[in-house]
Design a protein around this ligand. Structure first.
Ligand code: FAD
Length: 399
């Protein structure tokens, strides 16, 4: 790095101001990390995946590490308002999974067993109980259903803005409209970050760039298997029979999900033509102008939606958008220091559930950077090296 170009220095630079970067910035400041700088290329925070997120949080995962992350993170979401004296909309009406085939149900029973052993209050519901909980669901072929009352929905924008505000109050600087261009290394170690506003001298960088994470890591020669996957969301207008509760219902076989949103529901589902990449455009406008196409709506989403909640037949589309999941090969995040590049930390690839894990991930990053080890949750299985070592994990509940 040429000294001439260094325009500032920082003890830690967090690249990306989505839910993960915001939480990292706050927790680093709270842990006494020194001068923390957040570099965000857009003019406002939370416009990436976080800005497209459905806001769900749940304990109902199939892998122990994801359950453990939820057990640590969800209490932080629920206590956010009290902890930070900031408003955050949180509903705890649970997640309800509906399973319509025997083979999948056996998998759900196995996962529920693991969840229970880890202390999660997950319940197996009869179809009568399902109907009591969310009237109007089609249950004639439901083989089984799982429900966790401690799951729910919160506001991703509120959480992100809240963490950024709390971080700023603790002295964190946030450079908006500033893109990270290159991770600068000397003899393999991080020595700085090249940005569109000049070079920043630093020995510690957190890559929290969501679906763009692989590109930034590659500038230091680090290959991170994270890729964007476009996901469509539709919010309906009011309709007769719209559920009262905000329970997030997932139809296991199709991946269709919905929850009450305003006078209608927010709903989504993977598409048949899904493929990795920024298929709907990149940058701030990613998904901002792109919306689900008519074919997806009429041939895929609406038939499934109506088969799960028949009253949706009468619903109109109020608004819709597309955002990107940041996927990894095993649907688990890549978290922690990079062995070959001292000073570089990754918090990427949350595979559709990064909002809910952002609070604890920020804390874990602060522990790594300030104390030398992540202690709150054992996330040793989530390091980048797992792919080279042939130790990928497995998560069956990507919604
Ligand atoms: C449709 C949809 C529904 C979802 N539903 C849920 C859900 O119900 N529950 C849940 O937990 N998760 C959900 N997710 C996933 C969740 O939104 C993401 O996992 C999470 O928001 C990732 O946060 P992040 O901070 O890592 O990334 P992002 O929010 O994408 O933030 C990355 C930031 O980095 C910035 N950036 C990128 N490159 C650079 C650069 N070179 N220089 C500077 N800045 C840069 C971007 O502008 C962006 O602001 C959903 C996602 C989508 C798309």
């Amino acid at each position: 790095m040429s000294e001439r170009r260094v325009v500032r220095t920082a003890d830690v630079v967090v690249v990306g101001a989505g839910a993960v970067g915001a939480s990292a910035a706050y927790h680093l400041a709270a842990a006494g990390a020194g001068r923390v700088l957040v570099v965000e290329r857009e003019a406002t925070v939370g416009t990436g995946s976080t800005g497209r997120c459905a806001g769900g949080f749940r304990h109902q995962f199939s892998s122990a590490v994801n359950i453990a992350l939820s057990q640590a993170s969800i209490p932080m979401i629920k206590a956010f308002s009290e902890t930070h004296d900031l408003p955050l909309e949180v509903s705890t009406d649970g997640y309800l999974f509906l399973v319509r085939d025997e083979e999948t149900w056996q998998e759900y029973l196995t996962a529920a067993g693991l969840q229970r052993r880890m202390g999660v209050d997950v319940r197996l519901l009869s179809t009568a109980e399902v109907t009591d909980l969310v009237p109007g669901l089609r249950v004639d072929d439901v083989v089984g259903a799982t429900y966790c009352p401690d799951d729910g929905i919160a506001d991703p924008a509120g959480l992100t803005q809240g963490y950024i505000g709390a971080a700023r109050r603790r002295g964190v600087e946030v450079a908006l409209g500033t893109a990270a261009v290159e991770l600068l290394t000397r003899r393999g170690r991080i020595v700085g970050l090249r940005t569109t506003a000049g070079d920043v001298g630093t020995e510690t960088i957190v890559n929290a760039t969501g679906p763009w994470a692989a590109d930034l890591a590659l500038t230091a020669g680090v290959e991170v298997p994270v890729w964007p996957l476009g996901r469509r969301v539709v919010v309906t207008g009011p309709f007769r029979g719209a559920p009262e509760r905000r329970t997030l219902v997932v139809d296991a076989g199709t991946g269709f999900y919905f929850h009450r949103e305003g006078p209608g529901v927010l709903m989504g589902m993977g598409a048949r033509d899904e493929r990795p990449g920024f298929a709907f455009g990149d940058g701030f406008a990613f998904g901002g102008t792109a919306t689900p196409d008519d074919r997806f709506l009429s041939e895929e989403l609406i038939p499934v939606a109506v088969s799960v909640l028949p009253e949706l037949e009468g619903a109109s589309v109020a608004h819709q958008w597309i955002g990107y999941y940041e996927m990894t090969p095993d649907a688990h995040p890549v978290l922690g220091p990079v062995a070959g590049v001292p000073g570089l930390f990754l918090a990427n690839g949350f595979s559709g559930h990064g909002f809910q894990h952002a609070p604890i991930v920020g804390k874990l990053l602060a522990e790594w950077i300030c104390d030398g080890a992540a202690r709150s949750v054992d996330v040793s299985a989530l390091g980048l090296e797992r792919f080279a070592e042939g130790k990928p994990l497995r998560e069956a509940r990507v919604v």
